[in-house]
Design a protein around this ligand. Structure first.
Ligand SMILES: [Zn+2]
Length: 295
């Protein structure tokens, strides 16, 4: 009896050891991450599988019949955006071509993401899938100016940058950093920045804890995004694009976010936020609002 008992214990030990090995082995965690990404991607794309398809150099486009006329144009704009982003954030996507879903109207766009507050998002990124609202539906802009405005405001550049960060770090980043990075690339490529009364950093700022833990739930999204942009711009001010790219590489090694910050910028979390506080106050750029003061 004692012998059987002992064998069982040994079995259990072996299973525990194997599980431990699997969970802690980088190969296994990579596999798990890839499998998980696959599941999320399938779910993010399930509505669009039957839509018309167009393959471009860098994307698998999916669009509805209403966008038949502009699909090829959108595809070439998207490919151009990839090259603009790659000049700032070098990357190799290899065989991994993200989906680009062109959503035909605001209602569908909000339905898919469960937004009802009119945050006015023009694009969204999730699991190797970029979704943009068709410029045809930009009804706050005159009809003949829609395509031009679409190019100027750059949702393709913005959303594709989210994909690049995800690709290079395999998901190891905070939301404020991702939004800040997408905006700084948009600003450098197109000179566009999202300004409105609520986005001025003269408002009561969110704490780093709030930005880290509940970015998407913060009531003033314009302010949260602006803080993200300002903080990433501070990082760029400290060590340039080289520093940002090195930081992204260190995140890619799965170093925890603030440890990577310390490694590349020599600042701990507290020093970083204090340094940023001091830096942004000196620059009027962060206190500007839209000229008409409207939201
Ligand atoms: Zn974004």
């Amino acid at each position: 009896m004692a012998g059987v008992q002992l064998k069982r214990h040994q079995m259990r030990l072996a299973v525990v050891a194997l599980c431990f090995l699997l969970v802690t082995s980088p190969m296994f965690s990579n596999l798990l991450q890839t499998a998980w990404q696959g599941i999320v991607a399938v779910s993010a794309r399930r509505h669009y599988v039957q839509w018309s398809a167009l393959e471009t150099e860098y994307f698998r486009l999916r669009y509805s019949p209403e966008d038949e006329d502009i699909a090829a144009w959108l595809g070439s704009e998207a490919d151009a955006a990839v090259k603009q982003v790659a000049a700032i954030l070098p990357h190799q996507s290899g065989a991994k071509r993200p989906w680009l879903v062109v959503v035909p109207d605001q209602e569908t766009f909000q339905e898919v993401f469960g937004w009802s507050d009119g945050t006015g998002a023009l694009g969204v990124y999730l699991a190797d899938t970029v979704k943009i609202l068709t410029p045809r539906a930009w009804d706050w802009v005159g009809e003949e100016e829609r395509l031009e405005q679409f190019v100027q405001k750059g949702p393709l550049v913005h959303e594709y940058t989210h994909f690049v960060l995800d690709l290079r770090t395999r998901g190891n980043y905070t939301r404020w950093f991702s939004e800040g990075l997408s905006q700084i690339v948009e600003y450098q490529v197109l000179g566009y920045e999202w300004l409105e009364a609520g986005s001025s950093l003269a408002n009561t700022l969110y704490s780093l804890d709030e930005l880290d833990k509940s970015f998407d739930e913060l009531p003033n999204q314009a302010l949260a995004y602006r803080q993200g942009l300002s903080m990433v711009t501070y990082m760029e001010h400290l060590k340039g694009l080289d520093g940002l790219n090195r930081f992204i590489d260190v995140l890619g090694e799965q170093t925890p976010f603030y440890q990577a910050l310390k490694q590349v910028y020599g600042l701990d979390r507290e020093e970083f936020i204090n340094g940023w506080q001091k830096w942004h106050r000196e620059d009027y750029r962060w206190f500007r609002v839209r000229e008409d003061g409207k939201n």
